[in-house]
Design a protein around this ligand. Structure first.
Ligand SMILES: Cc1ncc(COP(=O)(O)O)c(C=O)c1O
Length: 445
């Protein structure tokens, strides 16, 4: 098979052009080495310009679900492109958007029944925060302005999303721009944790005390259900999440589930909320929504929230929208992705990945440098004693080692994790595990 670049431009030229003209995300250009030029991708594998294989073990920032360049997703995209690529979404609508909205509503529990489209995870969170804030104004309770979030949570990089993600400690330069957010303790747990109940009780009582003191001024609470992603793949138990949500809703606090990362199978169920058996008031979805093909997001609201925005005056309407709202190409791919979940029995595949992860865990637990192992759905994660904080020398070294050995594995601070696309084969998983461990050993040399 010809693994040559799919464009005529030689890789050297691409890199030179990149150096000269491009500003990359989350990148210190003063120290970062050369980027890898990707020429094509198939299933769980990326191919660089020389045809070298790289296993995409973080699903390209957690977006890719069924695998890269899936023929059915490609076909759905091409079919929609041949019909029309985009139309503004105020005063116009189209079948791909309505099909997708209807299907999402059927898959979500309770009366989560109104779908607001936006562009990416951050904007879906921004929309949720604005809906929650304006909801109380529309209801005649404008003193409900405070937002609650969790220590270690991450919700995106726009101003509102950064504010509720301040517990992740990522956004130091922007402190003064952020809106007021109260940060609650998050009872992260792991395999063999015997203090989890105590930690959960502490978190719940801190929450209850806050509600008793300031409940009437709290607009909304936001959480990544079951798993904080960027904060270091930190897991909490479904039973804790359930009690948290019930407590918040008893005080009328709007509960926002940020399922931008957890949605579409990552935690073993289509949505993480299923495991806690609760109905949040707003749900944010992106990343896996389009199987990683197109930037799109939705914020799904309960019907009662939508109704609070109805009236004769535009003042009650949500004054928010994006040029590419409900892009038909993205909607068509998202619908095709939902078909694949059924056709390819994707949730069963995820269960098989989970079982393999558990075997790996048994091996990891014998290592003295590994702590806090955890497995959830298609994700395995653990902390490594020898690695320092985010962007530490060791973590950069390790990332480079993995890449040089054909593995896209990126430490999150001292946390190592795998989150493969669901199409990963048994052989690829074995290769990933062997490389993961060899990389850890390389730190000691
Ligand atoms: C839970 C969560 N919310 C929101 C976001 C922001 O999404 P985006 O990067 O698409 O803006 C992310 C990104 O990683 C995320 O993990």
């Amino acid at each position: 098979m010809n693994e040559a670049p799919n464009r005529n431009r030689p890789a050297r030229e691409v890199i030179a052009g990149d150096r000269r003209y491009v500003w990359h995300p989350f990148t210190q250009h003063g120290t970062e080495g050369e980027p890898t030029v990707i020429a094509r991708a198939k299933a769980a594998t990326l191919f660089d310009a020389d045809g070298t294989e790289i296993l995409d073990l973080v699903s390209s920032w957690w977006t890719c679900t069924h695998g890269h360049a899936h023929p059915k997703l490609n076909a759905a995209l091409a079919k929609q492109a041949a019909e029309f690529e985009h139309v503004m979404f105020a005063g116009f609508t189209h079948a791909p958007a309505v099909d997708l909205a209807e299907r999402l509503v059927r898959l979500l529990p309770g009366d989560l029944s109104r779908v607001f489209f936006s562009d990416d995870g951050s904007t879906s969170v921004e929309v949720a925060l604005k809906i929650a804030y304006q909801y109380w104004i529309n209801r005649g309770e404008p003193r409900r302005t405070l937002l609650l979030a969790f220590d270690g949570g991450y919700h995106g990089d726009t101003l509102g999303a950064m504010s509720v993600g301040r517990g992740s400690q990522m956004f130091k330069p922007f402190r003064d721009l952020m809106c007021q957010v109260l940060v609650l303790p998050y009872p992260a747990t792991f395999e063999g944790d015997d203090a989890v109940e105590e930690r959960e009780a502490g978190a719940l009582s801190a929450f209850q005390a806050l509600l008793a003191e300031r409940g009437q001024s709290i607009a909304a609470m936001i959480i990544e259900p079951l798993l904080q992603g960027a904060g270091g793949m930190r897991v909490c138990r479904p039973s804790f999440l359930k009690r948290l949500v019930e407590t918040a809703q008893a005080f009328g606090v709007i509960v926002i589930f940020d399922e931008v990362m957890t949605g579409f199978g990552r935690t073993g169920t289509l949505f993480a909320l299923e495991q806690a058996d609760v109905v949040p008031d707003l749900v944010c979805l992106s990343k896996g929504l389009t199987a990683g093909y197109m930037p799109m997001a939705v914020t799904v609201a309960r019907e009662a929230i939508f109704e609070a925005f109805l009236g004769e005056s535009f003042d009650r309407a949500l004054p928010h929208g994006h040029s590419f709202t409900a892009n038909p190409l993205a909607c068509a791919v998202a619908c095709a992705s939902l078909d694949l979940f059924e056709e390819e029995k994707t949730l069963e595949r995820i269960q098989a990945i989970n079982l393999r992860h558990r075997e790996l865990l048994a091996e990891l637990q014998r290592r003295s440098d590994v702590t806090r192992p955890r497995v959830l759905g298609s994700i395995v994660a653990f902390d490594v004693k020898d690695i320092g904080a985010y962007q530490s020398d060791e973590s950069r070294k390790l990332k480079a080692w993995y890449l040089a050995h054909g593995l896209n594995i990126r430490p999150l601070g001292s946390t190592l994790y795998l989150m493969p696309p669901y199409c990963i084969t048994d052989e690829e998983m074995s290769r990933a595990y062997a490389g993961l461990i060899e990389g850890l050993d390389s730190l000691k040399r």
